[in-house]
Design a protein around this ligand. Structure first.
Ligand SMILES: [Zn+2]
Length: 507
């Protein structure tokens, strides 16, 4: 089965490739690279932006407040440790995006992209046993970025234009999702060449292991997470890799890598073997599995799992994971009654563990909202609704509740404060647009929609929205506050237009 996202990505990729191959095209305007010199951080970021703009439009790209928060918490801790160890050069820190993008894909994969972007498939979150294991993969990929491995790889391709490199990377990504489709479109040879040219060398892999290990342990994660992740990959490579572990193909477990790892960790320290997951981790891994397009049959099986005899024999974290998967699966199947009942059981099971309770509550509120049970959602929200230090998932949920209650004005203030602090938070801008529309503040709503496009680097879309806002403000008689808004819109429009021109020059 070919997913629409893959097809679209490949078509876009092909178009870009064809443009790049046309003789005497606009490629002479691209920043020069090659001559053996390392690519500048700015040039690398430009290539990364180009790739990520495509990924943001891919239907497989996932914005999920709950999983984003979990991954970002690990990622930030690793960045702090990398900085403290001197692995993060100030110029890189300033120029790169340091952004993690989640993909709905159920395969086990993580990959560093140019410019400080990192791709992470839900399949990987779904199979790791602990935060430490997830941190080990992120730390390894982070090391590829801080050591400029990507720029070295790209510099080796010094006869390729940055555009072509972006194309090759997109092709390799598409191929890792669906090799057959990539082969059919790109002809086998080209897809294979793309993959091979972009693989890191054995030395780079060993360096990423060494530095990643240092960074993750300094960040306070348990060393045995790195070891048990290795063991997990080893096990998968012993069983036939059936294509569900693309990470294994780009990261072959050479005897050197395994030897290095064993030398780094004396058996006595921490021991080995799989870690028992925390309740919170088990629940979030379950969330990742359910959100990765598992198909209706699996959703039905998961929704029924708490009724099976084996359920009672499981440890509390595993029971929490089964209930979480069951509740979310039932919700996906639009069985609101069952989803609500399961979410209540989950709340009861997690009652003594604050992290797990919070996850159970976030899920129960989403389910209550989907079931149109606004009263239950509000009562669940009550203990946190007055909290001034509210976290992002709660803030977005509460905004949603306020709009549904017909009190959108209460949603606006916290969201405005938030986006002034985090202006690239597209979902927060989207929530703000919804709240403004509910108040009939069209000018502000359309501007917020423009900011959503800006955050996703869709500058044509942003220009379209900002122009619509300007036309609206030219038509009506504005109140004083709207004059300020209108002048902000002019400034934003000029910026979006200049970004769009830069983009056109890069083609
Ligand atoms: Zn690697």
């Amino acid at each position: 089965m070919v997913k629409p996202g893959v097809r679209r990505l490949l078509i876009a990729t092909l178009l870009m490739a064809i443009q790049a191959l046309q003789p005497g095209g606009a490629q002479s305007q691209l920043p020069a690279m090659g001559d053996g010199a390392d690519m500048s951080a700015g040039a690398e970021r430009q290539i990364g932006d180009r790739i990520v703009r495509e990924l943001y439009r891919d239907p497989d790209y996932l914005e999920d407040a709950i999983l984003d928060e979990y991954v970002l918490g690990i990622w930030q801790a690793l960045l702090v440790a990398a900085r403290a160890r001197g692995e993060l050069a100030p110029e890189l820190e300033e120029r790169f995006a340091w952004t993690v993008l989640l993909g709905r894909d159920g395969s086990v994969n993580a990959f560093a992209l140019p410019g400080g972007y990192l791709g992470l498939h839900l399949g990987l979150i779904g199979v790791v046993n602990s935060r430490d294991e997830l941190a080990s993969v992120l730390a390894h990929e982070l090391a590829h970025v801080t050591q400029r491995h990507i720029s070295r790889l790209m510099t080796q391709q010094n006869r390729q234009t940055p555009l072509m490199i972006g194309t090759l990377i997109l092709a390799a990504l598409a191929a890792s999702k669906n090799p057959e489709m990539a082969n059919a479109v790109l002809t086998g040879g080209q897809a294979l060449a793309a993959q091979n040219q972009l693989n890191f060398s054995r030395d780079m892999e060993r360096e990423a292991d060494r530095i990643g290990f240092g960074v993750m342990t300094q960040a306070g994660f348990e060393a045995r997470g790195y070891v048990s992740m290795f063991e997990k990959l080893q096990q998968a490579s012993r069983l036939n890799d059936n294509g569900s572990f693309p990470y294994l193909r780009s990261h072959p477990l050479t005897t050197e890598r395994i030897g290095d790892m064993q030398a780094r960790i004396p058996l006595a320290a921490g021991g080995s073997g799989p870690q028992e997951p925390t309740m919170q981790h088990a629940m979030l891994a379950a969330r990742a599995r359910v959100l990765s397009y598992p198909g209706v049959d699996l959703l039905r099986a998961w929704a029924n799992e708490p009724e099976q005899g084996a359920f009672a024999t499981l440890s509390p974290p595993r029971r929490a994971a089964v209930l979480y998967a069951a509740a979310l699966s039932a919700e996906r199947l639009r069985d609101h009654g069952r989803a609500t009942a399961l979410s209540r059981r989950l709340l009861a099971l997690t009652a003594t563990n604050p992290d797990a309770t919070r996850q159970a509550r976030l899920l129960a509120i989403d389910i209550a909202l989907a079931a149109n049970n606004l009263g239950f959602a509000t009562s669940l929200m009550e203990p946190v609704a007055a909290d001034a230090t509210m976290l992002r998932p709660e803030m977005l949920q509460l905004a949603h509740i306020r709009v549904r209650e017909g009190r959108p004005e209460l949603a606006v203030d916290p969201l405005q404060t938030w986006v002034s602090k985090y202006p690239k938070d597209a979902p927060a801008w989207q929530a703000l647009a919804v709240a403004y529309r509910a108040q009939n503040q069209l000018l502000r709503a359309i501007r917020a929609e423009g900011e959503v496009q800006m955050a996703r680097m869709d500058y044509a879309g942003a220009v379209d929205r900002f122009k619509a806002a300007r036309a609206l403000s030219a038509r009506g008689s504005l109140e004083a506050a709207d004059h300020i808004e209108a002048s902000i819109i002019d400034t934003r429009l000029r910026l979006a237009e200049s970004r769009l021109r830069e983009q056109a020059l890069q083609r």
